[in-house]
Design a protein around this ligand. Sequence first.
Ligand SMILES: NC(=O)c1ccc[n+]([C@@H]2O[C@H](COP(=O)([O-])OP(=O)(O)OC[C@H]3O[C@@H](n4cnc5c(N)ncnc54)[C@H](O)[C@@H]3O)[C@@H](O)[C@H]2O)c1
Length: 271
Amino acid sequence: MLRIGVIGCGTIGKGICKAIDDGAVKAELVAVYDRNTCDAEKLKGQFNRCKPEFMEIAEMVQNIDLLVECASQEAVYDVVPLALISKCDVMILSVGALADEELRRRIEDLATENSCKVYIPSGAIVGLDGLKSASIGEIYSATITTRKPPRGLVGAPFVIRNNIDLDRINAPTVLFEGPASEAVKAFPANVNVAATLSVAGIGFEKTEVRVIADPTITRNIHEITVVGSFGEFATKVENVPSPSNPKSSYLAQLSAIATLKKISSPFQIGT
Ligand SMILES: NC(=O)c1ccc[n+]([C@@H]2O[C@H](COP(=O)([O-])OP(=O)(O)OC[C@H]3O[C@@H](n4cnc5c(N)ncnc54)[C@H](O)[C@@H]3O)[C@@H](O)[C@H]2O)c1
């Protein structure tokens, strides 16, 4: 059975661990780690079937087949290369880290050298199947507009740097327009979807991002438009935010679980 280790025991990590414990994902949850040791210890006590150990990353990668990163962009730098060197496959949720070209190349090289796979779930967006197919031809443009309730943008470096008072926004307001390479630094916890779109499509410089703070909505809305030699498509998803983390969409957690199900299943459905 696939042996899994999870880094980051927050909203998504808890959901993934629960799916393994419930048997929805046929795998063994061997280890968990969080820099907040209390969160990891608390989580360990919530399982019916699984008995994961709390392990530091160096020990974890010796005992697993697949490392799931659902912590932070910083964690991608710290744990993903180490896991690949130890011949573990990895699944990355903090996709914004891959905007760093040097890191992305290093991960790609290490994965190739060690015959490992790097899985990136579709996260909180829909339409990646079409984008991947379209990218076999030519893509002329890929644009994502992310609309969130203002409280979902609290703590973003862009908001802090520009002294934006989110409580005073009383109408839909465009906060940011620019390439995905800048958006992932400006809103690291909010626009992983733009990073995923970039990796699957035309890269971080050419993918265009718009971030709107919208006090009239309660859901996180992502609208994608792709134009290419295939024609054009547009998708829209209205995500329910996770109750414990308004920056995170519930669909992101579900997509991580669906990816694990696909990895651990004999059936491989979709593009
Ligand atoms: N790909 C997507 O579409 C998508 C969607 C939502 C969230 N995300 C990303 O996934 C990650 C997890 O999201 P979440 O909603 O579960 O966040 P969360 O804040 O609820 O949980 C993150 C957990 O990781 C821990 N952590 C952070 N950095 C760490 C490190 N360096 N080492 C060990 N533990 C660390 C924190 O203590 C926390 O418990 C975030 O980076 C988030 O931006 C991606």
